[in-house]
Design a protein around this ligand. Structure first.
Ligand code: SF4
Length: 453
């Protein structure tokens, strides 16, 4: 086990990470997200994706992960320098607030899953060498029936339809990356049925040795259960039992039209972890995650828990400006599931949204943030003496509490709060029209402030 008995996350960090360098992170070597539709990759979901070299993968399929950019960043981490793309972690680590252990960033959680020996190997291996992936998140295409407000056409075909039908969102000054102004055709470089060299490289690597070395393969999207490639890969595991020890994990929005029967049937005999996203309750969740029917989602989670066929159900919350209004109730629901199905059967993670920055919680005025902070603090206090939460859940709540009151910018290049607030309103006014929604009715606690922007 990577952690020794009774070791806290902070003690682990001192023992294993800090002795290597001040910026070392195992994810830079052993973890990747790869979007095969666009030919892009990143080390974890925080740094922005970058292009995979299409020529290099013709002779070396491992280059879908071992890109020149990652190799440069590995060298930086070996020297204790901070790669700029990992700003999410540096921001968390630079918060200095007692009594919360703010030094625990995702760098620790994304390193602790690897063995001490493998981490030592990464640290001493010349950065120019290829390494074998251990945990991989892969997306075949962007087919998705949802169009969440914080997502964009690069990751959702329903978002593509919105832009094609209604045109670009206008008057968004801070949307420097133009998330909402075009259909992101570069995210789907090849049509369905066409040969995609990135998909080919993945299969080549998978068949030769990746299925032996990879510890976890997580399929994401879009909505991966709407992609034929996902079902093919699930079938591979079913028909090649014993050939690979890779754990299979699937991200799914568990929307109304996800085929839960087929899923339960397909994974029979295969160990699977299921990751699903949500962060607020009822109508607020349906507002943020357009396409969601909240009760169907909750029923689907319970069906999967009832089936007992999953190693774990992981609820991933993307903490944005709107979800704080019901995040405490939402987490209470997850805690109820823990009580009913067991602490390990279901757990949660809190990812703090940075892009688009006008949807970050930093857009909210101080008094509203303080109200939400206090409400979440009360929720946390209710579990202070209990044992229902895992340490990582507890730490993520603690750092979120610090973030709500201490952090004023979502990221280094974020514009002033006044500009972001204006963009927030400009965006949600258009979103309401296109999606037939009503911001003020859905978030009455924010209505006065919204009105005054
Ligand atoms: S953002 Fe953090 S967790 Fe992700 S690769 Fe960088 S240092 Fe590691």
């Amino acid at each position: 086990m990577p952690k020794i008995a009774n070791e806290t996350d902070l003690e682990y960090k001192h023992r294993v990470i800090d002795i290597k360098s001040a910026s070392f992170c195992g994810a830079k070597w052993y973890n990747a997200t790869i979007w095969l539709g666009s030919g892009q990759t990143t080390s974890c979901h925080h740094p922005l994706p970058h292009a995979i070299d299409r020529d290099e993968i013709k002779t070396n399929p491992k280059a879908i992960h071992n890109t020149q950019k990652k190799k440069m960043e590995r060298e930086q981490m070996q020297k204790g320098e901070r790669p700029a793309g990992c700003e999410y972690c540096w921001k968390i680590e630079d918060i200095k607030t007692d009594p919360f252990p703010a030094a625990i960033s995702d760098r620790v959680y994304k390193t602790v899953i690897y063995s001490d020996e493998d981490l030592a190997h990464a640290h001493r291996t010349p950065a120019s060498e290829d390494v074998n992936l251990q945990t991989l998140e892969i997306a075949f295409d962007r087919t998705c029936q949802f169009a969440c407000s914080y997502c964009n056409p690069a990751f959702s075909s329903t978002w593509v339809k919105d832009i094609k039908q209604h045109g670009p969102y206008t008057n968004l000054v801070s949307d420097g990356r133009n998330h909402f102004t075009h259909a992101h055709d570069s995210s789907q470089l090849y049509k369905f049925g066409e040969v995609n060299p990135y998909v080919e490289a993945f299969h080549k690597w998978w068949e030769t040795d990746l299925h032996r070395t990879l510890k976890e393969l997580r399929i994401t999207g879009g909505e991966p259960l709407m992609s034929a490639e996902t079902w093919k890969l699930i079938d591979w595991f079913k028909t090649n039992k014993g050939k690979s020890t890779t754990r299979l994990a699937i991200n799914s929005n568990l929307g109304t039209d996800v085929d839960i029967d087929r899923l339960l049937d397909s994974i029979d005999g295969v160990e699977v972890d299921l990751y699903t996203s949500n962060e607020s309750m009822s109508l607020q969740a349906e507002y943020i995650r357009d396409g969601l029917v909240f009760d169907d989602w909750a029923n689907n989670v319970e069906r999967l828990l009832d089936s007992g066929r999953f190693r774990g159900i992981h609820v991933m919350a993307t903490v944005n400006a709107l979800c704080l209004d019901s995040l405490d109730s939402f987490l209470e629901m997850v805690m109820n599931w823990k009580r009913e199905y067991g602490k390990d059967a279901v757990n949660f993670s809190l990812n703090i949204l940075r892009f688009p920055s006008f949807q970050s919680l930093t857009v909210l005025p101080e008094d509203i943030r303080l109200t939400y902070h206090n409400r979440l603090h009360d929720f946390v206090n209710g579990y202070r003496h209990g044992t229902e939460m895992h340490e990582f859940e507890w730490n993520q709540l603690s750092r979120l509490l610090s973030y709500i009151t201490e952090v004023s910018e979502a990221h280094k290049e974020a514009m002033s709060q006044t500009i972001l607030q204006r963009d927030f309103k400009n965006f949600y006014q258009q979103y309401d029209q296109r999606r037939n929604k009503n911001f003020a009715e859905t978030f009455p606690a924010l209505a006065d402030w919204y009105d005054m922007i």
